[in-house]
Write a protein that binds this ligand. Structure first.
Ligand code: ADP
Ligand code: MG
Length: 223
């Protein structure tokens, strides 16, 4: 599986200033392949999330293309794009999201039941939760979890389908050292098992898990 970005950039409109747009990500080429873990570090506001969201099929670039195994992601209609994301991309969003009407376990298996009548992989979900220190919490509601516990729920949910690509936006935000290590180890293991993994973070610790490290600086990606 290969995710390719060709000359993508993102401008945001900016009201009431001299220039009427602001370039959050400057023209960028990028490639993520199976089995590879790439870490992008950079200061807050440098454009990391904007880049990741464009790669994830969530934010249309102002110019350029995102290709998933050759398919032009933004040429697809809403439903086709949603299905493609669900099938191939495990996303850890920058902000924690979970449905409070469902239990922790139900939230984790949610991606596997959205477009498929198959039985949810509850054993795998339970194993992931245990690896993330949430083994005793499958029946809780997300509202009862701490910020760090919720973060780890998002990690388990992103990995449940064993997606070909994992896109992680600050996956260790708000975690202590021990949980930071378990999350980074799980992401590394996903890459070793064949996924292409992208982590954007300002956590220095992540760099030693990576096959390659890039830096984002004022919208410019460099080695
Ligand atoms: N929807 C938006 N509208 C306008 N500006 C935005 C929007 N999203 C992000 N930005 C701006 O783009 C820049 C990069 O943001 P972001 O990609 O979130 O950075 P990072 O993830 O590295 O902290 C910031 O200056 C931010 O304010
Ligand atoms: Mg960000």
């Amino acid at each position: 599986m290969k995710l390719t970005a060709l000359s993508i950039k993102k401008d945001f409109p900016r009201a009431g200033r001299t220039s009427n747009f602001f370039t959050a990500v400057r023209e960028t080429d990028f490639e993520l392949c199976s089995g590879q873990m790439i870490v992008i570090t950079g200061r807050s506001g440098s454009g990391k999330s904007t880049l990741l969201n464009m790669l994830a099929g969530l934010l249309k670039p102002s110019a350029g293309k995102v290709l998933l195994d050759g398919t032009d992601v933004y040429s697809l209609g809403d439903r086709a794009l949603s299905m493609l994301r669900n099938r191939f991309i495990g996303l850890i969003p920058q902000s924690n999201t979970a449905l409070n009407s469902l239990t922790v376990l139900e939230n984790v298996v949610l991606p596997t039941v959205l477009y498929s009548p198959a039985e949810p992989p509850c054993e795998r979900a339970q194993a992931l939760l245990a690896q993330l220190g949430l083994g005793l919490m499958p029946g809780e509601k997300p509202g009862a979890l701490s910020g760090g516990e919720l973060r780890r729920l998002c990690v388990a949910r992103a990995l449940i389908s064993q997606p070909g690509l994992v896109l992680a936006d600050e996956p260790t935000a708000g975690l202590d050292d021990e949980n930071t290590l378990s999350v980074l180890s799980l992401l590394r293991k996903s890459a070793d098992d064949g996924a292409g993994v992208l982590v954007v973070t300002h956590e220095k610790e992540a760099e030693r898990f990576a096959d390659s490290v890039f830096t984002m600086n004022a919208g410019l990606l460099s080695r």
